[in-house]
Design a protein around this ligand. Sequence first.
Ligand SMILES: Cc1ncc(COP(=O)(O)O)c(C=O)c1O
Length: 400
Amino acid sequence: MSFLSASLDRVKPSPTIAVTTKAAELKAAGRDVIGLGAGEPDFDTPDNIKQAAIAAIQAGKTKYTAVDGLPELKRAICDKFARENGLEYQPNQISVGTGGKQTLFNALLATLNPGDEVIIPAPYWVSYPDMVLLAGGEPVAVQCPMEDAYKLTPAALEAAITPRTKWFVFNSPSNPTGAGYSRTELKALTDVLMRHPHVWVLSDDMYEHLVFDDFEFCTPAQVEPGLYERTLTCNGVSKAYAMTGWRIGYAAGPVPLIKAMAKIQSQSTSNPCSISQWAAVEALNGPQDYIRESRAVFQRRRDLVVSMLNAAPGVTCPVPEGAFYVYPDISGCIGKTSAGGAKIADDEAFAAALLEETGVAVVFGAAFGLSPAFRVSYATSDAALTEACSRIQAFCGGLS
Ligand SMILES: Cc1ncc(COP(=O)(O)O)c(C=O)c1O
């Protein structure tokens, strides 16, 4: 029998990390590589937030805190939900974890039994299915093709629900497509969920603030108050305030679920870093200018990348509502041969040949559960994006 656990066998290593590692190897070997794989803002954490962390260290706020968050941070999170989402939560309905990732994982571990199903619209953030598998559940991916703007339709949601469905995972704006659901589109989904009272909603609002044009962000418990009692609303400071390394995420929901999540955290990591928690208090309570400024930069980059990718032969790139990703379809490239002689049998082969022949690193669509496509993260400089997209155009132009 293997020394390693059977549940580990169900999980695959992260394909996004594999791409980043391969790109780093080529770079170390002296190749000119442009990485479009990273899922984090390229900006520095705002200064007021850094200063709050320094002040916390100097004031000796460097000890254990309450397992699932400082009272001051829970208060700031309640205020954020009331102010930005029209959602009333009490501090005992809030859980703070080491990144959004930990709060999501806690929620799944606290609730899934073998055979429980979790509906995940595809393309999806790579961690959802593997977290479900690690927690003993069954991920149920539902295809959301480009023709539907990469969004789940009410009919597809209805068809995916079974008596075993425990959670529906909702992520808008989405990683990897940037697709954001309007209030009307979301209401159509929540109407379906109202007919199935055994299904809980896990809303991952991590990219809430990265929305463009006049798109209005909304979240399920806000759009359908009837779902409040069975919704876990998840969010964090990583993407909104360029704080990926600080590791603070949070969730709000019914007290028994929040207590169960704290129980898991109390026997695994205990509290998230005390200094990061004080920094997050400042992020949520302090000036919000960074959000507006970074949004303008990302919108400009989105427009640049979408127009350049649409000029690449065989590539179709929809215009996403938010996040810092685009997810171009490459149906027109499959079955061809690259200038370097690589057979482009699928999107994994496309990404491998693109990296090998042009030095541009992107993540292939199969990693996110919908092919043939690839994900570009445009959280990098305009100059790097322009150069990378020119190389993609040349690569696609050379396919025959
Ligand atoms: C959709 C989505 N949810 C959650 C997370 C996790 O964020 P954190 O860095 O706070 O753990 C990410 C990070 O990439 C993400 O893309």
